[in-house]
Every structure is written in structure tokens, then in C-alpha cells.
Write a protein that binds this ligand. Structure first.
Ligand code: CMC
Length: 439
């Protein structure tokens, strides 16, 4: 069912490392798109040295056949398919299955998975009661992580995924229930009754129904919103070894179950430098809109290192020319906002910020371009998603990627528990002193 890892080809030219008067040959491997890596897995045994790479900017943590990014050329592909090709009518579930199965789903695979999504959409009543324990002001990302983790308690039979059939059931449970959890978290924060999933609705309309319907007053999702929301989720679905995905892999490498690993991914995604940036972008745009600052003043502040302010939604560790997801989302924002709200002053401010930054040497020299978070919030806002749910939307989108990466890791021969080393810079050995002898 799943594509095997395309095995890396060993290059003929190993790298030579010279340390003092000794030299060492290190194997060089090459991935299917020509990216080369020096294999240092025996380095410490051979030389007594380790490598140091803060933030892992130059460290490949795994071999993966799921997503390819060429940051210099602005390329992003899922299982080989360019991201742009999903922008014209693909559904999120189709892309989720592409990532998970390794191929575009057949009708039979799609239908079977869709049926599972429908039958798993309900939350156990015991789980529902857990929402009551959270304060109304609880951040939805905290609730999401806690609830995904607590799914392990309700499905202990899925701790150990024996075969692909069981794995697909766990994946469907997660992908289905995450939207119910997200919608319930939102409704809890508003103090309004939970709305049950509607088995007649597809994935996105069902989520929006659980978010926005009122008893006896069903929310109807327009085609425009359905397409935009599917696209947003698709564009977030995987991004190779980013912070949250690496977290999922790291936790999973200890043998932790899929639910626990994905719950950890939610926590990593929450941070403002990662998925939380979509919230920060909206707050930044709103601050400028409130008249606290002009776009020019904000950009000036973002260039001042002492200010600790960054132009949120700009810059990326990997993309150094443009983020293809941002380009697609900008077009969606330009099309959707006029149709849904006429105009949005925040969109105008975003355009202005982008113009200023893209003609400023500070941003040009550092290759800082709008990333996926720059325009996504404007679209979500136009759809009616509240700002504190933005990163939750990112999580729903990223979940299939986490699931696919977790499974791939578990089925890659030679996978070991993730356990980086460090360069210790603390005290040399010293003695313990009893309290009365301390200075
Ligand atoms: N505004 C101002 N300066 C920036 C920005 C920014 N948004 N991003 C990077 N820089 C500067 C940074 O100060 C540094 O300057 P210098 O070389 O003079 O010290 C240089 O650019 C390189 O930055 P870095 O922090 O070393 O780059 P990184 O690869 O470690 O960080 C990043 C990448 C995305 C965390 C960073 O660009 C950033 O903080 N951006 C704003 C937050 C954001 O939008 N995050 C969403 C990322 S995309 C979606 C996701 O991954 O979840």
C-alpha cells in the first residue's frame, strides 16, 4: 500500500575530514533530488568528536520520502506532487491520504477513509466532560493538546499499531476527532452548547457546522469558503522536518504512541516562531490598524535588534527566495476577502508591509519573504474563525503530516531513539558543601 523509501544512492566521493594529523573518510549520501549529506553517524566512534549545530540548520535527522522542499527555488512537493497543483479543487482528505498512503487515493480508499471519518467524528461522552474542567479562558491549543493526548485513554487498543489497517483506523480517528475537539474547545470558550457532527457533511463543512451552527439554526458552508478552507489545510499538511514534526518524531522515537506524539506536536506548533506566528501576524496588523504605529514604523522597529520585535509572517529557515504557500494564500486572500467582506483594512496593511519590506535592504539581504502565516490569518478571519483558533487550524492541517512522518519513522529500518549530544560548558568537578559552609 505505501511507497517504500526511495533508498539514497551512495556517492562515489566520500568526504575527507582532517583533524590534526589524521584524516577520516566520511560517506556521502545523495537523496532522490540530488541533496547530499555527509553521514557522520560513526564520527564520535572514529574521531572522539561530535558536531555542534544549534537549531539543527545543517543537520539531517532522518531520511524521508514524504515531502520535498527546495528552499532556494521555492519548491514544495508532497510525495513528488508540486503544491501548486493542489490549488484547483483537491480536497484536504485526498491530500491527507496522499501523505499517509504514499499515493493519491483510489475511489475505494477515499470512500473507506471518508466513512471512517464520519463514524469516528463523535467524541466519547467521557471526553466531552473533560472540556467542562477547563476555564473559559483556556487557550484552545492547550485544550487541543490535552484532548489529543487523552484520546490514548479512550483507545488503548491503538497504543501498538500492529498493521496498516490498524494504523489507518488510528489516523482516521485522529483526523476526524481533531476537528470535533477544536470546535468543542471554541464553543466551550464561548459558553455555547456543543454541536454534534452531521454525518451528511464532508470534512470541512462538518467542522464549520460544529463551530458555527446554533441549535435549530444550521450553518451552511458556501463553496467559496469550502474551497478556501480545504486549500488552507492542504497548504499546512506537511513541511518535512519542521519544529513540530521533528517533535512528533522525537517523541515517537521513544516508542510513544501516535496520540501522545501528535499531542507533543501541537505543543511545539503553539510557539510564536512556528504555528503561533499566524496569531502574532493578526495582532501586528491590528496594532497598526488601531493607529498605534504606521507600517513604516513597524518595519523600522523590526529591523532594530534591541526592540526584540520581528516582522511576523516574514522569514523562513528553509525558504530563501519565496514561500510557495504564501504566494498561493495571497491570491486566495485577494479573491476571497472582497467577496466575503467587501474590504479588509488589515489586508491593505499587509500589502503595505510586504511592499516596504521587500524593497528594504535589511529584508532583501537576509532573504526574508512572506511565509505561510502572513496571509493565512486574513483568510481565516474573513471566514469567521476567531484569532485564538488560528493555530488550532494550523494543527488540523498539519496532523496528516505528523501521522505520516510518525509511521514512516516507525517503519524505517535502523531508526533509533532520538538522543542528541551536547558540548558541556558548565563547572568542572567541584565538591558538595553542607549548608553552613556555603558563602
Ligand atoms: N523580522 C526581522 N528580522 C528577521 C526576521 C523577521 N521576521 N526573521 C529573521 N530575521 C533576521 C534575524 O534577526 C537575523 O538577523 P541577523 O543575521 O542580523 O542576526 C536573520 O534575519 C536570520 O534570522 P534567524 O532568526 O537566524 O533565522 P531562523 O532561520 O533561525 O528563523 C524564523 C526563522 C521563521 C523563526 C524567523 O524568520 C522568524 O522569527 N520569523 C518571524 C516568525 C514567523 O513568521 N514564523 C513562522 C515561520 S513559517 C511557518 C512555520 O514554520 O510555522
Amino acid at each position: 500500500m505505501r511507497q517504500p523509501l526511495s533508498s539514497p544512492t551512495r556517492s562515489h566521493e566520500p568526504a575527507t575530514l582532517i583533524l590534526g594529523d589524521k584524516s577520516y573518510l566520511l560517506p556521502v549520501i545523495e537523496g532522490s533530488e540530488g541533496e547530499r549529506a555527509i553521514d557522520i553517524s560513526k564520527l564520535r566512534d572514529q574521531t572522539g568528536h561530535i558536531t555542534l549545530d544549534q537549531g539543527y540548520g545543517n543537520t539531517g535527522s532522518c531520511e524521508s520520502a514524504i515531502t520535498f522542499i527546495d528552499g532556494e527555488k521555492g519548491i514544495l512537493r508532497y510525495r513528488g506532487i508540486p503544491i501548486e497543483q493542489f490549488a484547483h479543487g483537491a480536497t484536504f482528505i485526498e491530500v491527507a491520504l496522499l501523505l499517509i498512503l504514499g499515493h493519491l487515493p483510489t475511489d475505494a480508499e477515499y470512500d473507506a477513509f471518508s466513512k471512517d471519518l464520519t463514524r469516528f467524528a463523535y467524541l466519547d461522552e467521557g471526553m466531552k466532560h473533560q472540556f467542562e474542567g477547563f476555564p473559559r479562558t483556556a487557550p484552545p491549543m492547550a485544550i487541543l493538546s490535552a484532548m489529543i493526548n487523552s484520546m490514548s485513554c479512550f483507545h488503548p487498543e491503538l497504543y501498538e499499531l500492529e498493521d496498516e489497517a490498524q494504523f489507518l483506523i488510528a489516523a482516521a480517528r485522529l483526523i476526524s476527532k481533531v476537528r470535533s475537539i477544536a470546535a468543542y474547545a471554541y464553543r466551550h470558550s464561548r459558553g455555547v452548547p456543543y454541536i454534534y457532527p452531521d454525518p451528511k457533511l464532508r470534512y470541512v463543512p462538518n467542522f464549520l457546522h460544529m463551530m458555527f451552527s446554533q441549535p435549530y439554526d444550521q450553518y451552511v458552508c458556501s463553496d467559496l469558503i469550502n474551497r478556501a478552507m480545504n486549500l488552507i489545510l492542504i497548504l499546512h499538511a506537511d513541511h518535512e522536518q519542521n519544529c513540530s514534526t521533528s517533535t512528533v518524531r522525537m517523541v515517537g522515537s521513544s516508542g510513544a504512541n501516535l496520540f501522545a506524539s501528535c499531542a507533543a506536536g501541537v505543543c511545539a506548533l503553539w510557539g510564536p516562531l512556528h504555528g503561533g506566528a499566524n496569531v502574532e501576524v493578526l495582532e501586528m496588523l491590528d496594532k497598526i490598524h488601531q493607529g498605534n504605529m504606521t507600517p513604516e514604523e513597524y518595519v523600522k522597529l523590526a529591523k532594530d535588534k534591541d526592540s526584540k520585535v520581528r516582522l511576523m509572517g516574514f522569514g523562513h529557515r528553509v525558504y530563501k527566495s519565496f514561500d510557495p504557500r504564501a504566494q498561493i494564500l495571497q491570491k486566495v486572500a485577494e479573491e476571497l476577502v472582497p467577496q466575503l467582506c467587501g474590504s479588509d483594512p488589515l489586508l491593505e496593511i499587509a500589502r503595505r508591509l510586504e511592499d516596504i519590506a521587500r524593497s528594504d535592504p535589511y529584508f532583501i539581504d537576509r532573504n526574508l519573504y512572506p511565509n505561510v502565516d502572513f496571509y493565512s490569518g486574513i483568510i481565516l478571519r474573513a471566514i469567521g474563525i476567531p484569532v485564538n483558533m488560528f493555530t488550532v487550524m494550523f494543527s488540523i492541517g498539519r496532523l496528516p503530516g505528523w501521522i505520516a512522518q510518525w509511521w514512516e519513522q516507525n517503519h524505517t529500518p535502523g531508526t533509533r531513539i532520538a538522543r542528541p549530544r551536547q558540548v558541556y560548558v558548565g563547572n568542572r568537578q567541584k565538591d558538595y558543601l553542607p549548608k553552613d559552609q556555603r558563602g
